[in-house]
Design a binder for this molecule. Structure first.
Ligand SMILES: Nc1ncnc2c1ncn2[C@@H]1O[C@H](COP(=O)(O)OP(=O)(O)OP(=O)(O)O)[C@@H](O)[C@H]1O
Ligand SMILES: [Mg+2]
Length: 233
């Protein structure tokens, strides 16, 4: 039963220095499909992803990934196990070209098929390979950041607000790509666009003050009478 999920986080506590932000957060991720994490500003969504990635240490709790206890491992080790992460501030190198930025993602499995796969996925990037990343639009930059994580062929990809600052016309395009991606790997989607997140994901968690306040199928969460109480500013 314990390996029915790709990732099981149980009772996570984490924060910054002495300030605790997460209080007993538990989530389960299947090997395929998307899971949405919703919550108002400051609820702890990004902190949860940072904890799962190993950017900040756990204070308590466990993270089981692909059959191993991962909570004490360094981020670099987690990447090699198949954890991909696109942080909120996406970490694109503006002065490097699109191709160079993508190649930085190939650490786990630096093969040519990975590059073809990504360019197939985001054809817009294929037209801009020699352009510096700083000259891309907001949406293209998000695609580049996602593409870079996908190039490593992760088993799990964690996306922190992939549509933030993206023009509405491109948001649907990104959502479509995420749906496709979630057929092949596990996707965690942190989103402010609630409708979009619940459309892409099959399951959702709503965070409130560092805890999971609501959880269920996307349909159940969407119709939950308490949803807006946890999301309202
Ligand atoms: N580097 C940091 N040092 C100290 N406190 C931090 C740090 N980063 C975040 N926090 C605090 O942790 C809490 C949760 O922040 P977090 O970034 O996880 O929220 P979030 O749900 O991702 O919000 P948003 O929707 O605005 O991105 C907030 O109170 C925030 O001020
Ligand atoms: Mg955040």
């Amino acid at each position: 039963m314990s390996d029915a999920y790709l990732l099981q986080a149980d009772g996570l506590a984490a924060g910054y220095g002495r300030s605790q932000v997460l209080f007993g957060v538990s989530i389960n991720l299947p090997a395929r499909g998307a899971v949405a994490i919703l919550g108002r500003n400051g609820a702890g969504k990004s902190t949860l992803l940072k904890t799962l990635f190993g950017e900040i240490p756990v204070m308590a709790g466990s993270i089981r990934f692909d059959g191993v206890a991962m909570e004490r491992e360094a981020a670099e080790r987690r990447v090699r196990r198949g954890v991909g992460y696109v942080p909120q501030e996406h970490g694109i190198f503006a002065k490097l070209t699109v191709r160079e930025n993508l190649l930085l993602g190939g650490v786990r499995q630096p093969d040519r098929s990975g590059m073809d796969y990504v360019l197939d996925f985001f054809p817009k990037l294929a037209q801009r390979l020699t352009q510096t990343a700083g000259t891309l639009s907001g949406g293209e930059r998000k695609m580049l950041a996602i593409g870079r994580a996908v190039l490593g062929r992760p088993k799990l990809i964690m996306l922190d607000e992939p549509t933030e600052g993206v023009w509405v016309g491109v948001i649907e395009e990104i959502a479509d790509r995420l749906k496709l991606l979630s057929r092949e790997m596990s996707v965690i989607l942190v989103e402010q666009h609630i409708e979009l997140a619940l459309e892409v994901a099959q399951h959702a968690y709503v965070m409130d003050r560092g805890q999971i306040a609501l959880e269920g199928t996307s349909l159940a969460v969407k119709n939950d009478p308490h949803l807006m109480r946890h999301l309202a500013p």
